[in-house]
Write a protein that binds this ligand. Structure first.
Ligand SMILES: [Zn+2]
Length: 117
């Protein structure tokens, strides 16, 4: 049996991934996929924000959309810096299933709960 398909020797372009290489840290993030999902999310939020008339009743809704848009922008910047998917409160990786449900999540589930209390 041949064992030629070893993927352990992944090479990084030097200088681009300092953040990730710090302490040998490497996330299993599919950047292309995440960026696509964030762009979809942003388009969806923008659609919703346009559709909402600026009546007093929808203003709180509107604020939520603006905050969500900010989170999406932040997530995109972090993706570029290579820090996407790291909890801003504790610095630990956010579980992939949480990122799948909330691509723009800033905190792990624990810290999110702490913040909401
Ligand atoms: Zn955390």
């Amino acid at each position: 049996m041949s064992r030629s398909g070893c993927q352990a020797g992944t090479q990084f372009p030097v200088g681009l991934v300092d953040h990730q290489l710090r302490r040998g840290y490497k996330r299993d993030v599919d950047e292309e996929l995440v960026r696509t999902r964030l762009e979809d999310l942003r388009a969806e939020l923008q659609r919703r924000s346009v559709r909402n008339p600026s009546s007093a009743r929808s203003s709180s809704n509107r604020a939520t959309i603006d905050a969500d848009l900010e989170d999406v922008d932040r997530a995109m910047r972090m993706l570029e810096k290579g820090t996407y998917g790291i909890c801003e409160a504790c610095g630990r990786p956010i579980p992939p299933e949480r990122l799948e449900a909330h691509p723009a999540a800033r905190y792990c589930l624990e810290d999110q709960k702490n913040l909401e209390h």
